[in-house]
Design a protein around this ligand. Structure first.
Ligand code: MN
Length: 512
């Protein structure tokens, strides 16, 4: 028992962006409903179960998510863990909240089989299974709280699995969605459990350098502020950015564990009102400190694929070391932290101003001045050539629901062009080549299952063994002890693994 109390409703209501009476009422109702539904349950820590959904809802509020998402965060475990009937959620909270809860529940049943083979496929599957991008965000917050309370999970083996899964699947999804706060939160909570030795080694190294790095940052912060002010730039704020332990570990691996080669353990972030200020400041900084060659990156003119925008430069600090600086606007700062979630907020904060021109205005703020067009011109074609595709998709659609659908369609089309992902009846994911059949599926699970196969059910219906499987199919293999592989199976099978096992079984039969 760690004596943690569920986060009070007032914290969530004060943090969420909308203050409209209907939204407050919805979240309040979901809070009370979930509290009641989980009242008999406890977490591994011994704390009331409701601590968890209340915290997930608070994280969603912090990210600026809509009231429906926050309500779904409160309700996300009621169907699976508290036995609440789906129809009750739909009746009490409406179809939007219900579909978010249902989507989150469905993702919860997917299981993870082995790091090596399934990492990429699960990552893709997650993205594709969530029809609504908000489901993915709720799932990320759910995982963030679970991984932050991982020490209470009783079995070491399970802790390691959850931690590795977080690093391999959830953190990369957060990164893809541009949610750096989430990515670092997930990584730093999971790292000590997934790789304890590497974590200790990284921590020790970082500790050795801590004083030196802190001193350098402090001095540079003072000097830079003075230089900018002298040059007439007065409106800005600074903050220290400390690299996450996991990200430092990954970089140390790339640099042969030579920490002296890593300049951005601590970086200085300078946040300005306008893009023009960022470029002015870059000039002032480079005029006073020599930049490290090859370290200047203009992600404002050329945003990262996940939408990230900032100017990075590393300068020699004159004491034998160097320091990275990141220049950005307030808007870019919020966008860099919460990524796609900060776009979803748009709808909430702009009530009553729907329509094309307004949403184009919104895209324009992400563009450097030279790429902006008049507001009457649609954000397509050359004018916004290097705006990330997902931002374009969001901007083009009127309703955000269809926007996120389109975004996911894009994800799906590059992800699913060569593979199909199907499920075992227990929810394990099996990754197969396009046009694979139940025979391939059976041998992918286990050769014994293939060798004893008498038939197959897809989504509950018996099918012919040469049926091509499709994404999301649930495949069940019917076995019989007298069943034997045949030459025809060999012709039908698409994977070399299935063919190899069938040939072996056929030649064993012949010998008999
Ligand atoms: Mn949960």
């Amino acid at each position: 028992m760690t004596d943690v109390k569920p986060r009070p409703l007032s914290d969530i209501l004060e943090t969420m962006p909308s203050k409209r009476a209907v939204d407050v009422a919805l979240v309040t109702k979901a809070y009370e409903f979930a509290k009641e539904a989980h009242k008999e349950q406890r977490r591994f820590s011994g704390d009331p179960y409701f601590v968890h959904p209340a915290e997930v809802a608070y994280l969603l509020a912090q990210a600026g998510m809509c009231p429906e998402s926050i309500s779904a965060g409160l309700l996300h475990d009621t169907i699976e863990d508290a036995g609440t009937k789906p129809s009750v959620i739909e009746r009490e909270f409406g179809t939007e909240v219900f579909s978010l809860v249902q989507g989150t529940t469905k993702l919860g049943t997917l299981r993870y089989r082995g790091l090596e083979r399934h990492t990429e496929s699960l990552r893709k599957l997650f993205a594709a299974t969530a029809k609504d991008i908000r489901v993915l965000i709720i799932k990320l917050m759910d995982r963030l709280h679970n991984v932050r309370t991982l020490e209470h999970v009783p079995r070491a083996e399970k802790r390691i699995r959850i931690a590795q899964e977080t690093l391999e699947i959830y953190a990369p999804i957060a990164d893809r969605l541009g949610m750096s706060v989430m990515k670092q939160g997930l990584e730093d909570a999971a790292f000590p459990f997934a790789y304890p030795k590497e974590y200790e080694k990284t921590r020790e190294l970082a500790k050795e350098r801590k004083k030196e790095n802190e001193k350098r940052l402090e001095k540079m912060e003072k000097d830079v502020k003075r230089e900018l002010a002298e040059a007439g730039l007065r409106e800005f704020r600074t903050e220290a950015r400390i690299k996450g332990m996991y990200s430092l570990f990954r970089k140390l691996e790339r640099k042969q564990w030579d920490i002296a080669k890593i300049y951005d353990i601590r970086a200085l972030r300078i946040i300005f009102p306008t893009v023009a200020d960022c470029y002015t400041a870059l000039g002032i900084i480079h005029a006073h400190w020599r930049p490290v060659p090859g370290k200047i990156k203009d992600y404002i003119a050329f945003p990262k694929p996940n939408g990230y925008q900032s100017i990075h430069t590393t300068v020699y600090t004159g004491d034998g070391g160097a320091l990275e600086m990141q220049l950005r606007t307030e808007t870019q700062h919020r966008e860099a932290q919460y990524g796609i979630a900060s776009h979803l907020t748009y709808k909430e904060t702009q009530v009553g101003t729907s329509g094309g021109a307004r949403s184009l205005e919104w895209v324009r703020q992400f563009l450097p001045a030279w790429r902006r067009t008049s507001p009457s011109v649609a954000p397509s074609g050359a004018a916004v050539g290097s705006v990330p595709a997902w931002v374009k998709e969001l901007a083009r659609a009127d309703a955000l629901e269809s926007a996120s659908e389109k975004y996911l369609d894009t994800l799906k089309s590059d992800f699913f062009s060569h593979r199909v992902f199907v499920f075992t009846p227990k929810g394990d994911v099996i990754d197969l080549p396009i046009a694979a059949t139940p025979i391939d599926f059976a041998y992918a699970v286990h050769s014994d299952l293939g060798n004893k196969m008498a038939g197959a059910r897809v989504n509950g219906k018996m099918v012919a063994l040469d049926t091509a499987l499709r994404n999301g199919d649930v495949v069940e293999i019917v076995t019989k002890s007298s069943a034997r592989p045949t030459r025809k199976w060999h012709d039908i099978a698409k994977t070399s693994m299935a063919k190899k096992h069938i040939r072996a079984a056929l030649s064993a039969q012949q010998k008999k």
